[in-house]
Design a protein around this ligand. Structure first.
Ligand code: HEC
Ligand code: HEC
Length: 376
């Protein structure tokens, strides 16, 4: 009875853990144990999940490849208040389909799927292996390694601000029309994760923790590829960077240095087709790479074999490495000093453009626990 009462008394915010600091150590331990038991009970009561152990803050469940830890209360993915310069842009370019809005439970399921290695044939690779949060959801390697060690054909893309890509087309060559379609491709890719969709469903269904997560996200425990796709897309769409120095400056909360400010001016005004003409603020991407631009690459001609490529959001560009579709440009300085069309600039402009691009880095968002790997 006492346990049940504890559960029903929960405010749903996990505040039990934030009891007054004055509370004696022993009491807080007891309280932590209660909260723990309460969240476990809540988790257990709705499904057949096997609880193996628990920490003081999380519900902890076994997995064939790790230990899943989720907080008692879901994180906020659906209702983030973006500053005006971001919100205004989003209202115009958002590629979220009407039938798949971001919900907290949907993105939570997506987060688990994103980091779950059972989505690969031999349980060694997850989406997060090639889209690492510490690398702004890209990879440090020029080409990433798949489940049996094979290399991807192109450099991994940063999964930031994907929902601002108006056309919704995904991959460097835009071969996928929507994010919902895209997220099932790596799972079936014979280099990357190597599963058939039937294998995907049977492996996901075999994990004890999924029925409850599907129930919360979609209202029933049926596990289908459509739901896997929707949940993964919700999670990826929820990764939005809006806490960089650039964003603070746009809100009047900080100011650029002289170099940063000169760099922004160059970015917006330099050349016939400006940098911003292709990489449009505030997310520094364009939804239709129709302008003539080619990084010479005889082996890969991109969109419709026309030597065109998508460029994802340049946000956090200075926090990653290996640039362009083939990862052939090692540093931003190399790019600015190169003879790549539109991308090589005069020596005196390089430091300024570099300084400006560095202001686009948002370390707060990529380190947010709600985007982190829930498997320990
Ligand atoms: C083995 C490495 C690897 C794995 C695993 C992987 N990706 Fe990728 N991802 C890549 C590479 C490489 C690209 C670019 C491929 C291309 O354009 O041909 C990419 C591109 C993408 C894009 C396109 C982004 C854009 O702006 O167009 C999305 C979205 C994405 N991946 C999501 C995922 C999801 C979700 C998973 C897990 C289901 C996943 N990836 C698993 C390497 C990987
Ligand atoms: C004509 C359109 C165009 C213009 C102008 C342009 N870019 Fe690009 N940029 C692209 C495209 C397209 C790509 C991706 C090409 C590829 O991977 O082969 C790209 C790639 C990049 C990348 C690497 C992105 C990544 O994810 O690896 C950076 C950084 C960049 N551009 C910065 C700039 C700067 C700075 C300027 C101005 C000096 C500029 N661009 C001008 C279209 C443009």
């Amino acid at each position: 009875m006492f346990w049940a009462k504890t559960v029903s008394d929960r405010t749903g915010t996990g505040v039990f853990l934030l009891k007054p600091a004055s509370m004696k150590h022993k009491q807080s331990l007891v309280m932590a144990a209660l909260v723990c038991a309460a969240s476990l009970l809540q988790f257990c009561s709705k499904n057949d999940t096997t609880i193996v152990s628990s920490s003081s803050t999380n519900t902890t469940v076994t997995n064939t490849v790790g230990t899943l830890q989720l907080p008692a209360t879901v994180f906020n993915y659906s209702n983030v208040s973006f500053p005006a310069h971001i919100a205004n842009a989003l209202s115009v370019v958002d590629n979220t389909p009407l039938n798949n809005p971001i919900t907290n439970d949907g993105a939570t399921l997506g987060r688990v799927l994103f980091y779950d290695k059972i989505l690969s044939k031999n349980n060694t690779i997850s989406c997060g292996s090639c889209h690492r949060p510490d690398m702004s959801f890209s990879d440090s390697a020029i080409k990433s390694r798949g489940f049996i060690g094979g290399l991807t054909a192109r450099h991994s893309m940063r999964l930031l601000n994907v929902r601002f890509y108006r056309s919704g087309k995904m991959f460097w060559d835009e071969r996928s029309n929507t994010l919902e379609d895209q997220v099932l491709q790596p799972i079936q890719n014979t280099t990357e994760m190597g599963l058939t969709l039937d294998e995907l469903i049977s492996k996901v269904s075999a994990q004890t923790y999924y029925p409850a997560l599907f129930q919360k996200a979609f209202g029933n425990t049926d596990i289908t590829t459509d739901k896997v796709s929707k949940a993964l897309a919700q999670f990826v769409r929820s990764i939005v960077t809006y806490q960089s120095k650039y964003d603070k400056v746009k809100q009047g909360l900080a100011s650029f240095t002289q170099d940063e400010s000169d760099g922004e001016t160059l970015f917006l005004t330099r050349g016939n087709v400006t940098c911003a003409g292709c990489h449009a603020p505030p997310m520094f991407l364009t939804s239709n790479p129709d302008r003539p631009f080619a990084l010479q690459d005889a082996t890969d001609r991109g969109i419709n074999n026309q030597d065109r490529f998508k460029s994802g959001s340049l946000r956090n560009i200075a926090a990653t490495g290996s640039y362009f579709h083939n990862g052939s440009v090692a540093t931003l300085n190399d790019m600015l000093a190169s003879n790549i069309p539109q991308h090589g600039v005069a020596a005196q402009d390089r430091q300024k453009l570099l300084a400006f691009m560095q202001t686009l880095t948002d370390v707060t968002t990529i380190a947010d626990v709600k985007f982190s790997n829930p498997f320990k």
